[in-house]
Design a protein. Structure first.
Length: 221
């Protein structure tokens, strides 16, 4: 997907996806899209690389918005990623009609499914880069694992909404992300102690070893 500036934004994406859904992706020409959007064929090609590009063009806008959100102060980098995921959900759930049409179109075209995979990776990479930039020394694998999990949770919840699951809402995603923070033990509110937690303690050198052992035993029991 190209990152060239868009002048028609979501309106052109909506027009193109509607045409693809109604008359078929292969049967819809660039001329059809340009005409529906009220622009010339040359303008379309100047701003978009082709039909594949226009299907996902609004993701450029979403990613730029999320990048700004991540750059703002947050209580923790992990929470910042979750806030960005929620913002992405708000963006796409705001027009479920468009989301449903795009889902139908992409599902039926192998090249678009491949492009969708690449697009999803752009979100994962943005989140992982944020974590690594704000947590020096973080294992890159942990940054990738959390980012991929957060993105997957978002996609799962959004797809349920697209398919008409009335039980799904923004709160569903909030709860899932909260669970994810606990699963990675990075929740800003901390974690309740578990029986197998490791306790690091400091005792005066003069304290008898037996008393040290007793205190450790009490903390671990």
């Amino acid at each position: 997907m190209t990152d060239a500036p868009r002048t028609t934004g979501g309106a052109l994406v909506a027009a193109a996806v509607a045409l693809f859904d109604e008359q078929g992706y292969e049967r819809t020409s660039v001329d059809d899209i340009a005409r529906a959007a009220g622009m010339s064929r040359s303008t379309f090609f100047r701003q978009y690389g082709g039909k594949d590009d226009v299907v996902f063009a609004d993701h450029d806008v979403a990613l730029a918005s999320l990048r700004d959100l991540l750059d703002a102060p947050h209580e923790s980098p992990w929470r910042a990623v979750c806030d960005a995921v929620l913002a992405a959900f708000d963006h796409f759930a705001a027009d479920l009609g468009l989301a449903r049409r795009r889902y139908r179109v992409v599902r039926g075209i192998p090249s678009l499914r491949d492009r969708e995979i690449v697009t999803v990776f752009r979100y994962e990479r943005l989140f992982a880069e944020h974590l690594r930039a704000h947590l020096p020394g973080l294992d890159p694998a942990d940054a990738v694992a959390f980012s991929a999990a957060a993105t997957a949770v978002h996609n799962h919840v959004l797809r349920r909404a697209i398919r008409g699951d009335d039980a799904v809402s923004r709160a569903t995603l909030e709860s899932a992300l909260d669970d994810l923070l606990h699963r990675f033990a990075v929740h800003p509110e901390g974690e309740p102690p578990a029986p197998d937690d490791v306790v690091v303690a400091v005792f005066p050198r003069r304290m008898p070893v037996g008393e040290v052992a007793r205190r450790l035993r009490d903390d671990l029991s």
